[in-house]
Ligand binder design. Sequence first.
Ligand code: COA
Length: 308
Amino acid sequence: MKGLRVVGTGRCLPKNIVTNAQLSRQVDTSDEWIASRTGVLQRHIATDETNASMAERAAQQALERAGINPEQVGACIVATLTPDYATPSVACLLQRGLELPEDIPCFDLNAACSGFVYGLTVARGLLAQGTKPYALVVGSEIMSRTLDFADRATCVLFGDGAGAVVVEASDSHNFVSVLGTRGDDTSLSCPVGGTLQMQGSEVFRFATDILPRCIHETLNKAGRSLDEVDYVVCHQANQRIIAYVVKKLKAPEEKFYLNVQYYGNTSAASIPIALDEMATKGLLAAGSRVLCVGFGGGLTWGGAWLEW
Ligand code: COA
């Protein structure tokens, strides 16, 4: 088995949308500050949704679009740092809800905002040694659970949501990834049961340093150039971070997908939400090549060459 092929995508966003104007009634901030510093205009915030309910809807949609039977799924991985329970994992709840087979691994993976790229890599490894052809890789977060709404420097940045992909083991499609870690509990941390703390400018520096390097390393490992990529999907944390990367790489801006305006930073869910949005807009079809790049808490980062 050489690589992976994406055969289905799905997403689920909480129905409750909170605009910057609405947030500024609750927090000492303004639409102008948030939009100009981050690009975010609104975010979805969960009310009666749970992490597992959003993950299940996104995954169900991905399975339907892939047109496959749950019996053919060989692994289910949910990337999240905001599960409903320490145990059972969100992935275990998906096994029940989606009626996935019992003889497969289902587990959550925490690599913060890089979790989806880590999840794809782990899925590839599991498919290589398994007997079923497909894996579900989901990113699902209720970031609002971790936010201190008295801390205006962090609470305006994040949102809730879930995205999912079904990947198939494939000899004719490539998959390459580069993963990294640098243990650091001061730049960005969230104690268990506590609230998210962040040194914004340090994280900004980390992101703008690691993203271009990660893109280069992933392309080198794949033996490809940026010209051969249809889209680069960076973790959607901040429009200014993505604009910096575009400039640093002297890359065409339109190649870098951007939707942080509508969702804020949904951590591990941001890349699969973007992939599903792109697929439903008709931007992705058989033969498409996408470079996914995540970065975030841990600190962690990861790049993946992914084909449709
Ligand atoms: N509304 C209004 N003012 C705010 C504010 C808000 N929501 N949050 C912070 N401010 C104020 C600060 O108090 C500060 O005021 P002061 O100069 O009077 O002290 C001022 O705005 C500038 O703050 P600063 O932190 O320097 O802003 P910045 O330009 O660095 O932007 C971030 C802050 C968080 C947007 C930016 O650092 C960033 O995007 N970092 C990366 C974060 C990220 O992506 N994290 C997730 C990684 S997965």
